[in-house]
Design a protein around this ligand. Structure first.
Ligand code: T46
Length: 136
């Protein structure tokens, strides 16, 4: 349902650096980057799936929990490590919650922003992944 990408930390006496290259450590061309921060701990973000979008989630600071659901199984992933990316393909329901106050979650995306790519209704998502369609 997801893949973990381990980023190489390049450290020297001055500190650390991580480089991310589109099409190399990331399995798609990065078309968009956004980051989520200042989210209250009682908020649930996401609550949708994407028809085509692939994404890599990296928690640069603090922590949060990513729930992923492929329509058959659900898994919670605790994110608190800037050297680890979580790659998820399209048609995965996701929710993000338990944000720490210092959480900065950066997301690398394979497509430009497109509201038509979102499936925001869980019943519709289930119908599509189980082989039906959403216009019944
Ligand atoms: C996802 C989770 C992890 C834009 O204008 N451009 C963008 O690239 C994005 C991502 C959002 N927006 C606008 C659309 C809304 O008016 O920003 C507002 C908040 O977006 P949304 O409610 O979709 O935010 P989240 O945190 O629920 O979901 C976002 C991504 O949309 C989604 O792809 O996987 O973060």
């Amino acid at each position: 349902m997801y893949k973990t990408i381990c980023f190489k930390e390049i450290g020297d006496s001055r500190g650390a650096l991580i480089a991310i290259e589109s099409g190399k450590s990331i399995p798609f061309e990065i078309k968009r980057i956004y980051y989520i921060f200042n989210t209250r701990s009682d908020v649930v973000r996401g609550k949708h799936a994407h028809k085509k979008l692939e994404q890599v989630f990296i928690c640069l600071s603090g922590s949060c929990t990513l729930l992923i659901d492929d329509g058959e199984k659900r898994e919670e992933i605790f994110l608190n490590d800037k050297t680890r990316g979580i790659y998820i393909q399209s048609m995965i329901w996701r929710e993000i919650y338990d944000f720490s106050s210092d959480c900065v979650l950066v997301v690398l995306a394979s497509q430009h922003y497109d509201e038509d790519d979102y499936i925001r209704d869980y019943a519709t998502f289930l119908k599509i992944v189980k082989g039906g369609n959403d216009n019944e």
